[in-house]
Design a protein around this ligand. Structure first.
Ligand code: FMN
Length: 362
């Protein structure tokens, strides 16, 4: 069989992913202004989920009113309003993919207006990109944020998600805490590797207490930040080994982020981020999802074959052609509309929502 490894199911806890292809989390800004899943958001995910993707991770989703990355970003913070989330996860599941959601707090790299004018972070250190200096979070506020992550995960589970992925990369709050460049705290949340990892350990423990043993907990993490004194592969792996003890089930390796602009996507195109996942995989015992620059399933098959990953995520290529996988499996590779890495999806337009010149049906 051509994609033998890629099509082989994988089981994590009691959840069996029907294949190793993941739709990478993408913040579409297709939700309503108050963070509800809209028909457009549901249609977007359903189409990709129904075309041969084993795991569909809904992109960066707010955990509180002031944590969202966009004014139309999805949010899971209100227990009373889970109806639209249930529709979204049901649609993904009914299409044949495992529904998951990425939970995020933007921290210091948020637009100040979305943070209610109160940018927060581990330390009062400026974001290299925006130059904005956040206010250092108090211990009590950190404990509240830990609770918000766990609460959002509980809402996700109750609405039908089978897994959550905590967003610990791309310069957002959990990444800021783990990063020696952004976190200069002198208390138990800063300094040593263990202290910088503490907030994530607490998020995992608190969440596990709410969602039970079988629910799959994932983390997206930076193996390289492309900033001076940032995370390294070695420290990333050391942290993952600590997180495993606290209930982490699967890890998703990425690099770079808002603080280094399009560098992440440039490195993705060179295959660098997949190779970083391979370096992490050598050092940890958990299943690893790799990502970055995959345009064709053949590349994903190779990454698994070469031992760099257990699952492979695809982002832009599935936005450009949601039928990428089904067309390739049916021997119709020539019909695939191939992503040209034009980066239009990354540039905010006037109207809310991502755009792609190759896909007019977004
Ligand atoms: C428009 C857009 C939105 C994204 N949103 C998220 C997000 O919400 N969470 C995340 O972890 N990564 C996000 N990413 C990064 C992708 O998940 C992925 O890691 C990156 O695009 C590299 O993979 P690719 O080369 O297959 O696109 C986004 C990327 C794009 C282009």
């Amino acid at each position: 069989m051509k994609y033998e490894r890629l099509l082989h199911p994988i089981t994590v806890k009691k959840t069996t992913f029907p294949n190793r292809i993941v739709f990478s989390p993408v913040q579409t800004n297709f939700a309503s202004a108050d963070g509800e899943a809209t028909e457009r958001l549901i249609r977007f995910y359903k189409r990709i989920a129904g075309n041969g993707v084993g795991l569909t991770i809904v992109g960066a989703t707010g955990i509180s009113a002031y944590s969202r990355l966009g004014d139309h970003a999805f949010c899971l913070c209100d227990k009373g309003k889970t109806g639209s989330a249930a529709k979204l996860f049901d649609a993904i599941g009914a299409a044949g993919s495992i529904p998951a959601v990425q939970l995020n707090h933007g921290g210091r790299v948020m637009k100040p207006a979305l943070a209610g004018g109160d940018l927060v972070g581990p330390s009062a250190v400026a974001s290299p990109a925006s130059k904005n200096v956040p206010r250092e979070l108090s211990i009590g506020e950190i404990e509240d944020i830990v609770g918000q992550f766990a609460h959002a995960a509980e809402i996700a589970k109750n609405a039908g998600a089978r897994m959550v992925e905590f967003h610990g990369t791309h310069s957002f709050l959990l990444n800021q805490f783990m990063s020696p460049a952004a976190n200069l705290r002198k208390d138990r949340y800063g300094g040593s590797t263990q202290n910088r990892a503490r907030i994530v350990m607490e998020v995992l423990e608190r969440t596990r207490g709410k969602v039970g043993e079988d629910f799959v907990l994932g983390l997206r993490i930076s193996a390289e930040e492309y900033v001076d004194n940032g995370m390294t592969v070695e420290e990333c792996a050391d942290m993952i080994n600590m997180f495993m003890e606290k209930g982490l089930d699967i890890v998703h390796v990425s690099a770079g982020g808002i603080d280094t602009g399009v560098r992440m996507l440039e490195e993705a195109g060179k295959g660098t981020i997949i190779r970083l996942a391979g370096e992490v995989k050598k050092r940890v015992k958990l299943p690893v999802i790799a990502v970055g620059g995959v345009l064709r399933p053949e590349q994903a098959e190779r990454a698994i074959d070469e031992g760099m990953a257990d699952m492979v995520a695809i982002g832009r290529a599935l936005i450009a052609d949601p039928e990428l996988v089904t067309k390739s499996l049916a021997g119709r590779s020539g019909d695939v509309v191939e992503c040209t890495a034009c980066l239009q999806c990354f540039v905010p337009g006037e109207k809310p929502g991502i755009r792609c010149p190759l896909n007019q049906n977004l």
